[in-house]
Every structure is written in C-alpha cells, then in structure tokens.
Ligand binder design. Structure first.
Ligand code: BES
Ligand code: MN
Ligand code: ZN
Length: 501
C-alpha cells in the first residue's frame, strides 16, 4: 500500500481531485461532514443520506457513482455514528468498513477525506497512524508458503489522506506518516516470521534475517554459535537447546543512531522457534501454534526494521536468543541442575519453562552494554493469556509501586498506539515460590501466579540495570479461524524508542 498526504481546500479542490474514489464521513443524524458537503454539489449525497440508503451508523457504507460536479468517479459514504466528536470505536469501525469497501472497487487509488481531527480524546496524528496500520493489516496475506497465492487485494493500492492545508503541511505530520509506515513494515516482518513454519523459521533463519536487516539498514550484527555460547558459560541457554539438532543462534544487532557515548536501550527477545515442551512434553492438540514462541525475537527484528527505516537518533541494541526446545536422548531432564552465565545454579523442574532459561543468559549478556534500560519481550506464559486475554501484554518491572518511570514509558507508548500493556506484579512473595532444595533457584514456582513467578525468575538476572519485561503470549498471536501472528508489540516498542529520542 502506498500512502500520502495532500492538502485540499474542501470548498474548491476536493471536487476537482482526480481519483478512483473519495471516501467521506456521514453522521447518523443525517448530517454531512464538511468534505461530504463540499462534494454535494447537486444534492446527490444529501439525497442518498435522506433516503435512508445509508444509516450513518459506524461501519455503514454506500457507494455512489458519477456524482455531478466531481472529478473522481466514485464517492464512498462512510458512517461514523451520531456524535460529531467521533468515538475511537466508531472511527475504528468506519475505517475497517471503508477498507473493506476499497478491496471491492474497480479503482486503484482513493482519497480519504475524513474529519481525522475529530476523534474524541485523540489527535490527528493518532488518526493517521491508525489508518496506516489498519490499511496495512487489511492488505496483509499469510501466503508465503502457499503454492498459489491468496488473491491479492484487488482494489485500492494507493491511499491519499486529504486534509485542510494548515494541517497537511506540518513537518510533524509528515514525520508521523513516515513513522506509521515504518511501524507497519516492521509489523509485517514480525508477522511473516511468526507465521512461517518451524521447519523454515529456525534459529539459523532468524540469524539470516538479522544479517539481511543489518545489510539493508547499516546495523552492526553479530551471531554467536554454540562454541561461543559455551565459552561464555551460558549454561542456562544451552540447557534448552540440548535436545535439538538445529544449531542455536545468539544474535546481537546494533543501531547506534545516538551520540556514541549515550547508554543504549536494549531489547531482548525470546526466540524459541519451536516449543515442544522438551521432556515435559506439551499435549498434542494445538502444538503447531508453538511456532510462534519466537515472536519476542520477531518483534525485536520487526522493531529494528522500523527504527532502521526511520534511522532514529538513538542507540538501540537488539538481542535474540534463538533455539528449539525438543525432547531427545540428549535433552535436559526434569531435575537437572545447570549453571547460568552469572553463576546462578538453576534446578530445571519443568523443561517446558524454557523461555526464562534462554532469557536468563541473554539478560546477563545485556549487562556488558551498560544499558540505559533493558526491555525483554517473550511469549513466556500461558497464564498471561488467562489473566489478560489477547488485549494487553503483561508488563512487569522491579518496583512494584505505582511510580516506575520505565513502566510509565511503556504504558504510554502502548496507549498512544492502541498496542496496550497492563501492569502485573513481581516481588519477594513470588521469589519465595521459586526456592529450590538443591539449587539457587527453581525454574518454576509453586502453584499460582505463573506469569508473576516467571517474571520474578527473570528479575534475578537483571539487578544491574533498569529493566522491564513484556509477556506477549496473548498479544502476539490470534488463534481460531484467522489464526496468525499479529505484529504486536512492534507499535509499542517502536513508539517507546521514538519517545526516547
Ligand atoms: N511458550 C510457552 C508459553 C505459552 C503458552 C505461550 C501458550 C503462548 C501460548 C512457555 O514456554 C511455557 O510452556 N510456559 C509454561 C510454564 C509452566 C511450565 C510453568 C506454561 O505457560 O504452561
Ligand atoms: Mn515452554
Ligand atoms: Zn516457550
């Protein structure tokens, strides 16, 4: 999809605009938006609204052809509800319905002349961002491995957002459009990686993807292999990969867009390219979905694509700990005790609690960068889906009090983009649950609060810097008929980094 912004004077130039279609808003009370009024030269639009052919309810649409006095061949009326201060939900339904109508048109391009600035509690920038991301979603197909591709989006491929000149011309808006496109492209990479089958999207595939990103955007990239991981004494990470024939990869990407001396912000992604559970084998039904256990890693790579395209002025380091979790004669057994890179001994009571084991060493490794902050992103626990559903990522930080600056930054970035997170607790009580009779730590807690004990486990490896953990088990993936990766939390992470510039 191709996006642009153009200044239009609704009184004169909108009617003269060359386009396959112009989408304008109408209200439930039969009122027309300013742009609809401007195109209503011979009363065809008001007649259509009065006739009841379009209700104006959010998501209702009506296509008119050959409206007199208008250069564009079609006008699409889109209902946005009763209220002239449009609610966020109504705006969302209107955009979804409009995009659906666009796919059915015999036109290649369209102009959207909406009252973008009238969404309650939101601003123009938010509206532009949400249209770009929604249009990108509507266009996305997960057919990379189909021999016959899904029908491409037939209709509109080129979208122009029409705004009054005083709004369209601001450099801020230009920047917001570029950011939105970068976020959409980053989400697409994350989605593609999450959807690819696990025999294709292996740790090696992730490493090659990182190398390609580095080449495209001028990042530094380093890929450590098993020998190097052994030399670093990453006993916790290596315990997970023991049962697999696929070589593990530890990937480090660097975008040094800030001042050389500025401490970097570090993103750490869980990259389990398939999670069978290991010897603590998962049940068969739905196990295929455990290919998405690399979506933390996928979101780090997607976010790097976005920040690379924008070339943001911030030092950012991405770490991806990638391997498979498989059962075999060589696999780690329940009861095995391993030593993590930082010297902590861990009793592995359940080999299916593997994400925290790979992250433990990746989080220790992050110390060497003297980070300003570290955020890890992981499909860590099924319990997080139970707690928060698919709406919010679980957000954990060390300080359980209300005031935590890093948590606030991440919450704000989520709220700004609709890619929201919700805070959950860690603390001494959860650490108590992780006591082992034989080692410093157990890798699972006593029953209850499994997302919190998982986060509390990670906290043990993050004490030398400011840290937050995002559990994306619920947000990274949609199950059911439309199953697939969502591209979350790339909008949250990218916006978090942008806000730090
Ligand atoms: N990758 C899973 C978590 C998961 C489950 C993500 C379902 C998405 C959907 C993780 O490695 C895991 O298996 N966690 C266990 C932890 C338990 C053994 C303490 C879980 O959630 O059941
Ligand atoms: Mn697991
Ligand atoms: Zn897992």
């Amino acid at each position: 999809m191709d996006f642009s912004i153009k200044a239009f004077d609704t009184k004169n130039t909108l009617g003269a605009a060359k386009s396959g279609c112009i989408a304008v808003a109408v209200f439930e009370n039969k009122k027309l938006s300013e742009a609809a009024k401007a195109l209503d030269l011979n009363g065809a639009i008001s007649a259509a609204v009065k006739s009841g052919d379009i209700s104006g309810k959010p998501g209702s649409t009506l296509l008119l052809r050959g409206v007199a006095g208008m250069t564009a061949s079609r006008v699409l009326l889109v209902g946005v509800g009763a209220d002239e201060a449009i609610s966020e939900k109504s705006f969302g339904s209107a955009v979804t319905a409009m995009l659906k109508a666009f796919t059915l048109l015999g036109a290649q391009d369209a102009i959207i002349a909406f009252p973008f600035e009238n969404v309650k509690g939101r601003d123009l920038h938010w509206a532009v961002r949400s249209i770009v991301v929604a249009a990108n979603d509507a266009e996305f197909r997960s057919d990379a491995q189909k021999s016959k591709k899904d029908p491409a989006m037939t209709g509109v491929r080129k979208l122009t957002l029409a705004l009054p000149a005083n709004m369209a011309a601001t450099p801020q808006l230009k920047a917001v459009l570029a950011q939105s496109i970068a976020i959409a492209n980053g989400m697409n990479l994350t989605r593609e990686l999450g959807n690819l089958s696990p025999n294709v999207c292996t740790p090696t595939y992730l490493a090659n993807t990182a190398r390609k990103l580095a080449e495209d955007h001028g990042f530094d990239v380093e890929v450590l292999d098993r020998k190097q991981l052994e030399a670093l004494k990453m006993g916790s990470f290596l315990s997970v990969t023991r049962g697999s024939d696929e070589p593990p990869k530890f990937i480090v990407l660097k975008h040094m867009g800030g001042k050389p001396k500025d401490a970097p912000t570090v993103l750490v992604g869980k990259g389990i390219t398939f999670d069978t559970g290991g010897i603590s084998l998962k049940p068969g039904p739905g196990m295929d979905e455990m290919k998405y256990d690399m979506c933390g890693a996928g979101s780090v790579l997607g976010t790097f694509r976005a920040i690379g395209e924008m070339n943001i002025k911030l030092n950012v380091i991405g770490i991806v700990a990638a391997c498979e979790n498989m059962p075999s004669g060589r696999a780690t057994k329940p009861g095995d005790i391993v030593t993590a890179m930082n010297g902590t001994t861990i009793e592995i009571l359940n080999t299916d609690a593997e994400g925290r084991l790979v992250l433990a060493d990746a989080l220790t490794y992050a110390e060497r960068f003297k980070p300003a902050a570290v955020v890890d992103i992981a499909t860590l626990t099924g319990a997080c889906i139970v707690a928060l559903g698919h709406h919010n990522s679980g957000l954990f930080t060390r300080h359980d009090d209300i005031h935590n600056a890093l948590a606030d930054e991440l919450m704000d970035a989520g709220a700004q983009t609709g890619d929201t997170a919700w805070r959950l607790p860690i603390g001494e009580n959860y650490n108590e649950q992780l006591k082992s009779n034989f080692a410093d730590l157990a890798n699972i807690g006593s029953p209850g609060g499994a997302s919190c004990t998982a986060a509390a486990f990670l906290e043990n490896f993050t004490r030398n810097y400011t840290w937050a953990h995002l559990d994306i088990a619920g947000t990274a993936w949609k199950s059911g008929a439309a199953k697939g990766a969502t591209g979350r939390p790339v909008p949250l992470l990218t916006t978090f980094l942008l806000n730090r510039v």
